[in-house]
Design a protein. Structure first.
Length: 258
């Protein structure tokens, strides 16, 4: 900001010169065509996919977050424009308690068995983000705001980019379950209607466990990574529809005062 203030006198001098020299136009007054095409667009921003983008946090204050894309572009975002803000913290099966709520989505292996490599965990007041669920379908439900993944677009690829055998009749059947933990080994959750679902990882792997919480500006740190979905760009910066922050330490070990 100090450098910006030092530049103001030179801008005024150059602006004055442009008014005196015929044919010389001020670049500050003549906006490039791209500016008018970008500002106010309802979907998408320059070099940012409307389906979402991985970014790195390069600065964070109580009012602003500055992100950098994989292409090296930097954008400011007002903390009031982060949209649906969630945080994902690494966790483990050992951290699950009787009051924990687990969300899992993966391949339906029959007999209420879900095969997936990842589960989300909700504790305390954050359990209001989900509800008891047992959903079996080719297409996932809108809860994927948390997983930050375009499942609708991915499933549309089946039969085209990823051909399936005739016996599969299209995309694999998925099972989405949400419920309180009954057992940790094997992982079992309680379902509506007195049912139980067992969650298993693919052969030879272990479950990746993530705790999901509501977002808070005090959680954001320089060097963090996030997945965002842009909604619009304005002269002040980006406006997001979704912002999912990824932390590298478990929630109980994080000190928001540092």
């Amino acid at each position: 900001m100090r450098n910006a203030r030092r530049l103001w006198p030179w801008v005024l001098v150059l602006g004055g010169c442009s008014a005196l020299v015929p044919g010389l136009r001020s670049h500050g007054q003549e906006r490039p065509p791209a500016f008018e095409q970008i500002i106010g667009r309802p979907r998408g921003v320059p070099q940012l996919s409307p389906q979402g983008e991985w970014v790195e946090i390069i600065n964070a204050t109580p009012r602003w977050v500055v992100i950098q894309t994989q292409a090296g572009q930097q954008f400011p975002i007002a903390t009031s424009d982060l949209g649906d803000f969630l945080v994902r913290w690494p966790s483990s099966l050992d951290a699950l308690g009787n009051q924990s709520v687990v969300e899992a989505m993966g391949a339906d292996r029959a007999s209420n068995i879900v095969q997936t490599s990842h589960i989300d965990v909700f504790e305390g007041g954050d359990q209001a983000l989900v509800g008891p669920t047992y959903y079996n379908s080719l297409l996932p439900t809108p809860y994927q705001i948390i997983n930050a993944w375009d499942f609708y677009g991915q499933f549309a690829l089946y039969g085209q980019a990823y051909p399936t055998s005739p016996s599969m009749l299209g995309a694999p059947v998925g099972l989405h379950v949400v419920g309180p933990v009954l057992n940790r080994v094997p992982l079992q959750v309680s379902l509506p209607g007195n049912n139980i679902a067992t969650v298993v990882p693919p052969a030879g792997t272990e479950l990746i466990v993530t705790r999901v919480t509501r977002g808070a500006v005090t959680y954001i740190r320089k060097g963090d990574y996030a997945f965002l979905i842009p909604r619009e760009i304005t002269p002040k910066g980006l406006i997001l529809s979704e912002f999912v922050l990824y932390k590298t330490i478990p929630f109980p070990l994080f000190n928001p005062l540092r």
